[in-house]
Design a protein around this ligand. Structure first.
Ligand SMILES: [Zn+2]
Length: 487
């Protein structure tokens, strides 16, 4: 399904529109009394209020069905229960948000779960489900700039998200040991209704009830843990907003280990039984954070640590303040530096569109080199980049060069070129600008776009302003051509 151009309809037209179109349709009771949110429109002549159908996509170039239009979420309050024997999740998700147009209906992304009911202020709302879209219909127009909360009760066995455009499978991974939630560009819609795009970041409060022999781990701070005879309820809160795909979940035999707190940053890890976690001598995250704070500006969150799972995952993922590592990569300092750098580039500054992925991966890849340069006095970063450049040019390592990192296409989102070429571009730019101006620009980029979504234009303009130079051709050659630029 391709998101349609926003349709302007009256309420009655909307109802005509949805009635024959329902896919897997679950009708629930209508609201008896108007909710407070809707009653704000009571003074307006409803005949003249034009409402819109909230768009089922947020307008992403690569993943048109991710996210939704017409509102912003401020908070997800998720009350969950997990039965590991049946692999069955029961959920009640309250979504707090604000409309940014006059809404007749809005969409949430949800994949493979059965919706039981949707309500607003204790009144049931009409809804229908089609593929990975849950459409919620308001009894009357939800006026622009209205704060609302919608509660969705749902259940099912979560799994992987079915989307042929995704570069690799993501979602809720069940295994004999437990559960891991991971995925980019998406994982959240596999287990809760969500506005699933990094443009719309929100706070998360997550409570999970499960058998007491299992641990429940997610991002943020564990604020309470209470048990009865059989089960334990774990409750976490995020201190900062986070993009939905940066929320992870792990269920299994995990224990929390604490390291030092410095500059009000708490270092803590969640380590699964059987994982040999590196000693502080081999993985000193405090040193890494201090190095990156000097280069990029203050660490943007209150805590950081590793979710170490007892599996060879073959990847690591920068889930916010709690990066996922398998036992295969947890001791790899360079990849540790990469995921830590994403806390600034990707998490604190989010993407506006997934086609701009080089902003995340180029900066995190370059940060690996910056870390090696800082901790190893013999490391010659210029030499490394020149050797790399010539080896790519001479030997034709096409898979490092193509596709063009500035527009790799959705299924090639995480191609080698998306990491390597922007990192090389950044080093070439640093050589051209000189260290003081280059790092001043980088810190200014973080200050300007931290807590927001950035675009390539915003990134390039920040450097242009500092360099007092037009850099359009420079970035065009490094990121948008099939071949590397000449040196
Ligand atoms: Zn990365």
């Amino acid at each position: 399904m391709i998101p349609s151009v926003r349709k302007y309809l009256t309420i009655s037209l909307l109802l005509l529109f949805i009635t024959p179109a329902c896919g897997q349709r679950s009708q629930v009771g209508q609201s008896e009394t108007p909710s407070p949110a809707v009653s704000q429109s009571a003074d307006l002549d409803k005949e003249t209020v034009i409402g819109e159908i909230g768009n089922p996509g947020v307008g992403d170039r690569y993943f048109p069905m991710l996210g939704n239009g017409g509102y912003d979420v401020t908070e997800y309050d998720l009350q969950l229960t997990w039965d590991p024997n049946l692999r069955f999740l029961s959920g009640s998700a309250t979504i707090y948000g604000t409309s940014n147009i006059n809404l007749l209906s809005l969409n949430l992304d949800l994949s493979g779960m059965k919706v039981l009911s949707v309500s607003m202020d204790d009144a049931n709302l009409q809804f229908f489900v089609e593929e990975n879209e849950l459409t919620v219909v308001f009894p009357s127009v939800l006026i622009k700039n209205t704060d609302f909360s919608i509660t969705v009760d749902y259940e099912g066995t979560p799994g992987l998200i079915n989307d042929s455009l995704f570069p690799f499978e993501g979602g809720w991974f069940n295994s004999a040991r437990g559960v891991l939630v991971a995925g980019e560009p998406s994982s959240s819609q596999a287990w809760h209704p969500v506005n699933d795009h990094p443009k719309d970041r929100a706070h998360f409060n997550i409570s999970m009830t499960l058998p007491s022999d299992l641990s429940f781990v997610t991002n943020g701070v564990l604020v309470s843990k209470s048990s009865d005879a059989k089960s334990t309820t774990w409750e976490y809160e995020t201190e900062h907003e986070q993009a939905p795909y940066l929320t992870t979940i792990a269920i299994g035999k995990f224990s929390q280990t604490f390291e030092q707190t410095f500059d009000e940053i708490q270092i803590r890890h969640w380590v699964e039984e059987g994982v040999q976690f590196p000693s502080q001598e081999n993985l000193n995250l405090e040193t890494m954070i201090i190095i990156f704070e000097e280069l990029f500006g203050p660490y943007p969150f209150g805590d950081y640590g590793i979710l170490a799972v007892n599996e060879n995952l073959g990847y690591a993922l920068e889930t916010q303040t709690l990066s996922i590592f398998g036992k295969d990569l947890v001791g790899n300092q360079q990849i540790q530096a990469h995921e830590l750098a994403h806390q600034w580039f990707g998490n604190f500054i989010t993407l506006d569109d997934w086609s701009d992925i080089w902003l995340n991966e180029g900066l995190a890849t370059y940060a690996e080199q910056l870390y090696l340069e800082k901790v190893n006095p013999n490391y010659n970063i210029d030499e490394s980049f020149f050797e790399y450049y010539y080896s790519l040019s001479d030997q034709g390592y096409e898979f490092h060069v193509k596709p063009r990192p500035g527009d790799p296409g959705p299924t090639a989102l995480f191609s080698s070129s998306v990491y390597i070429r922007p990192a090389m571009a950044l080093h070439a730019l640093r050589l051209e600008m000189g260290d003081p101006l280059f790092f001043q620009s980088l810190r200014e980029y973080v200050r300007t776009f931290g807590g927001k979504s950035a675009t390539p234009e915003g990134f390039i303009e920040t450097f242009e302003d500092n360099a007092n130079k037009d850099l359009e051709l420079f970035f065009q050659q490094w990121l948008f051509e099939d071949q590397l630029p000449p040196r």
